[in-house]
Design a protein around this ligand. Structure first.
Ligand SMILES: [Zn+2]
Length: 250
């Protein structure tokens, strides 16, 4: 029997990392963040600021919580029914710059994470926060650039690092921002934005792409490689309402 209710309205349980907190009414907070199952979401926690709130302490900026809510397509903000914090990273708060870097990456994720395959983006971010917390709250340059390379790869940039993105030749000598990867000398002629691509840059990109964050935190990429990642990020990861991707301390 049809009741006229939206039958797709099922309680969703997902992991969630809040990135922004917006005060709402007198005692409530809207957390914007990344969920593992459906990507970026805005979640309203009613009465959050009240000392008696059960949800206070179970959900907070840059920590991981299990949350339960009814995802309504017609409504942008969903109300949290239950929340349980399962992981937090207190060391991130020890250093102001670290906190800003982690939030900056979080904001990139808020703007660019697709609803489908949100899980890989979520896990990547969780891995980064975990490592920054483990190494006592220092977000090293290498971690920051490693995160960007992994994100670019999820967005289809750098599909292969050792072959021409057009003809699959292994004789790569250039890289193009527009082509999204390496090019052989022949194919490079079709692009006006090519940069020299050395075996060292290829090795470093491969390292950042394939290793986990604990290995990356002990690594130092060259400035050529960092410049390339910075330019790739500017071109391929665009933000809607802010252009703050690369204007931080790095
Ligand atoms: Zn080619």
């Amino acid at each position: 029997m049809r009741t006229g209710e939206d039958i797709s309205l099922k309680l969703l349980k997902t992991l969630f990392i809040p990135i922004r907190a917006i005060p709402f009414m007198e005692s409530s907070i809207i957390f914007q963040g990344i969920s593992e199952k459906i990507g970026p979401v805005s979640l309203l926690v009613k009465g959050y600021k009240r000392p008696s709130s059960k949800l206070r302490g179970e959900i907070d900026i840059l920590s991981v919580s299990h949350v339960l809510f009814y995802p309504k397509s017609t409504r942008e903000v969903h109300t949290v029914r239950e929340a349980k914090m399962i992981e937090n990273y207190p060391n991130i708060y020890k250093n102001y710059n670290t906190l800003q870097e982690c939030l900056k990456i979080g904001k990139i994720l808020l703007h660019t994470t697709p609803r489908v395959s949100a899980s890989s983006f979520f896990q990547l971010y969780r891995g980064l926060l975990k490592e920054v917390n483990r190494i006592d709250g220092v977000c090293k340059r290498s971690l920051y650039f490693g995160m960007l390379v992994k994100l670019l790869h999820l967005h289809g940039v750098f599909p292969k690092l050792d072959e021409c993105v057009r003809c699959k030749s292994k004789k790569v000598a250039y890289i193009s921002l527009k082509a999204r990867g390496p090019l052989c000398p022949k194919c490079a002629k079709a692009y006006d934005d090519t940069l020299p691509y050395t075996p060292k840059m290829a090795q470093e990109l491969f390292f950042l792409l394939s290793r986990d964050f604990s290995e990356i935190s002990r690594f130092k990429p060259s400035s050529n490689t960092e410049d390339l990642i910075r330019q790739m990020t500017e071109i391929h990861i665009t933000m809607d309402d802010e252009n703050e991707v690369e204007k931080g301390s790095f």
